[in-house]
Design a protein around this ligand. Structure first.
Ligand SMILES: *[C@@H]1O[C@H](CO)[C@@H](O)[C@H](O)[C@H]1NC(C)=O
Length: 444
């Protein structure tokens, strides 16, 4: 009851016209954690409604897997079930008839210290356990009014390593020798086959009810190891490739670099697969339908603490960094900064941040960065992020070569409009680029 009043109120308040995107998919991720922040940093359902006229798909997360019986379940039943957030989110479709709302499982949010391997255990657990998972996931989708399921499956990640040092070169030599140092998962081939069976069963089940099935390839999960792309092509509706967090302060505490480059910057010895172009090209090469490949971009930046040996310029690759920067005021999370938190860093004492500050970027193929101003009392930090110029560029790339773009996550775009009075500036930039409002051509 209370729920329907809220939804009704939303309906009356907002002129909710869907903004056409010429068939290009705009996939918006909504991590429910951002609805749990304290006011005013909380992303509420009414904030969300403002964004949804720009989204073709909303992916709500996250559900997880129960280690005892492998059933899919909400990771926060209090919020999703008792407080009806599942229903509130799917009810938003009434105002956006074209919007599809999917429930996502995994997403690196289903962290279970006692059962760190449960995703792999489910793969190895055979048909019966997999069916148990699929039946329960299907029920969640059906009972709460979702349009489909997204599997943001948690696979072992590739190992971080220094990207440009001599050490990196030595590592390459080791790899060539085949000593096995880099083998993260000796049974990757087997897990790939098992995952394909899981996806096939899930697809069979969901298609009976015309539900959608998508995949999210999580950051630093190597597609070559776990995705049988040509087979999966026939089983899923689309795939979202989270092409960011290639370099993070947790994985790479001692050196900071652009976290989500579109292309490889040849000016340093960087790894050839740490960029969005490589990651999406892999799926294209394996003949996955290009119209169903979605490029995932971040709305947040990665933030490192600098030391006095990190130098003054901030030009990446920045060496001698000291792990994650302390939390910012809104997201309150070490090592990351949301767009409004980045705006605070860009702002100087007598000049508020303008859109132009977020647009200037001669380095837009790789990303942008901001260095906190020098203050004797605090440690300096360095944040690598996608500014609006980079967002335009990546969107143009997705329009030209792929089927859509995915934003991770609505909760770190500037949904309050605190940067320069525009709500969801990243999402806006995406839709404007999709509609061809900026003439950018990302020819390689
Ligand atoms: C997966 O890892 C191997 C190295 O182990 C690398 O050669 C390959 O390019 C990676 N594939 C992707 C899609 O990242």
């Amino acid at each position: 009851m209370e729920n329907s009043i809220k939804v009704l109120a939303l309906f009356l308040l907002l002129p909710l016209l869907y903004v056409p995107a010429n068939g290009h998919k705009i996939v918006c991720y909504y991590d429910s954690a951002s609805s749990l922040r304290e006011h005013p940093n909380q992303l509420t359902t009414s904030n969300l409604a403002l964004a949804l006229r720009f989204c073709s798909h909303l992916i709500y997360g996250y559900a997880g897997i129960r280690a005892d019986n492998y059933q899919a379940h909400s990771l926060n039943e209090q919020l999703d079930v008792q407080q009806h957030q599942f229903f509130e989110v799917t009810a938003l479709k009434r105002h956006y008839p074209g919007l599809k709302v999917l429930l996502s499982v995994g997403g690196d949010r289903d962290i279970d210290g006692e059962h760190p391997n449960k995703y792999i255990d489910l793969l190895e657990g055979g048909y019966d356990k997999q069916i148990e998972f699929i039946k329960s996931a299907h029920l969640l989708v059906k009972n709460y009014g979702f349009d489909g399921l997204d599997l943001a499956y948690q696979f072992p990640k590739n190992k971080p390593r220094k990207v440009h040092s001599l050490l990196g070169k030595a590592w390459k030599a080791v790899k060539k020798l085949g000593t096995g140092d880099f083998i993260v998962d000796p049974k990757a081939e087997q897990h790939k086959n098992q995952f394909t069976s899981l996806v096939r069963s899930a697809s069979d089940k969901l298609r009976q009810d015309d539900f959608l099935l998508s995949l999210t390839v999580l950051p630093n999960v190597n597609s070559t190891w776990y995705f049988d792309v040509p087979v999966i092509n026939d089983l899923v509706d689309f795939v979202n490739i989270a092409a960011f967090d290639f370099v993070t302060p947790e994985r790479n505490p001692e050196e900071a670099d652009y976290p989500a480059p579109l292309f490889k910057d040849e000016s340093h010895e960087r790894l050839s697969h740490y960029n969005a172009d490589f990651q999406t090209q892999y799926w294209l090469d394996q003949r996955f339908d290009e119209k169903r490949i979605i490029l995932g971009i971040p709305s947040y930046g990665n933030a490192w603490k600098l030391t006095k040996d990190s130098g003054e310029t901030g030009k990446p690759i920045v060496s001698k960094t000291n792990g994650p920067a302390p939390p910012g005021p809104y997201l309150n999370k070490a090592g990351v900064r949301s767009l409004p938190e980045i705006c605070l860093l860009l702002e100087s004492p007598n000049k508020p941040v303008t859109k132009a500050d977020l647009l200037t970027g001669e380095v837009n193929k790789y990303g942008s960065y901001v260095l906190s101003s020098k203050d004797l009392n605090t440690e300096r930090i360095w944040v690598g992020y996608d500014n609006l110029e980079t967002v335009k560029f990546k969107t143009a790339f997705s329009v030209r070569y792929l089927g859509g773009i995915a934003l991770f996550d609505l909760g770190s775009d500037d949904f309050q409009g605190s940067c320069f009075n525009e709500k969801f500036p990243i999402l806006h930039t995406i839709i404007q680029q999709v509609q061809g409002q900026y003439p950018i051509d990302p020819i390689v």
